[in-house]
Structures are given as C-alpha cells and as structure tokens.
Design a protein. Structure first.
Length: 98
C-alpha cells in the first residue's frame, strides 16, 4: 500500500472513539470526509502517517493538517494529548498485522 502512493508511508485517519480508521488516500482530508459521512465526529478524528518499514514506536507519525483543532486544545499539526496518542497506537496495533 505504501509503495503505491508515497513510497514509504500510508496516510490514515483514526476515529479514537469508534476504534476504526480509514487508510490509503492522497489526503488525510479525504479519509476524514469518508469517516464523517459514516457517522464519525470531527473531534474524534486524527490524522497520522504510518511507516510500515520502521519499528515501533517510530512507525507512527502524528502529523496532519486535520489535527489542528483549537476547539479541543490541539493547536498544532501534531497530536499534543498523550492519551489520544495512546488510543491511536492501540487502535493501529489492533487493526494492522505486523
């Protein structure tokens, strides 16, 4: 999947409340739109990049424009809340066989 689009990464958006993710689009915004159309809430969606060839914990990068959420206290493209990052790691580990 990584090789078909960006070479070394796969973009993904995680719904931290529903425990689901959308993967393999050109933009995080496209994956976010798909999840919103299917019942997710904006505050629950977080964009990441997955680097399948790297080892844990470096294989998940918390960087996306959709992560700019001043209303929930996230003022950067990263994910500032460690609890949210922990939820993301748990979901990704459950959904991706490595």
């Amino acid at each position: 999947m990584a090789q078909s689009k960006f070479g070394n990464l796969v973009k993904a958006v995680i719904d931290v409340e529903r425990g689901i993710m959308a993967v393999d689009a050109e933009l995080h915004a496209d994956e976010e739109a798909l999840l919103l159309e299917n019942g997710s809430k904006p505050a629950d969606l977080w964009g990441i990049n997955i680097y399948p060839e790297l080892n844990d914990p470096e294989w998940i990068e918390y960087d996306s424009m959709i992560n700019l959420k001043p209303a929930v206290g996230n003022r950067t493209r990263g994910i500032e809340d460690p609890k949210v990052r922990d939820k993301i790691v748990k979901i990704v580990r459950e959904l991706i066989a490595r």
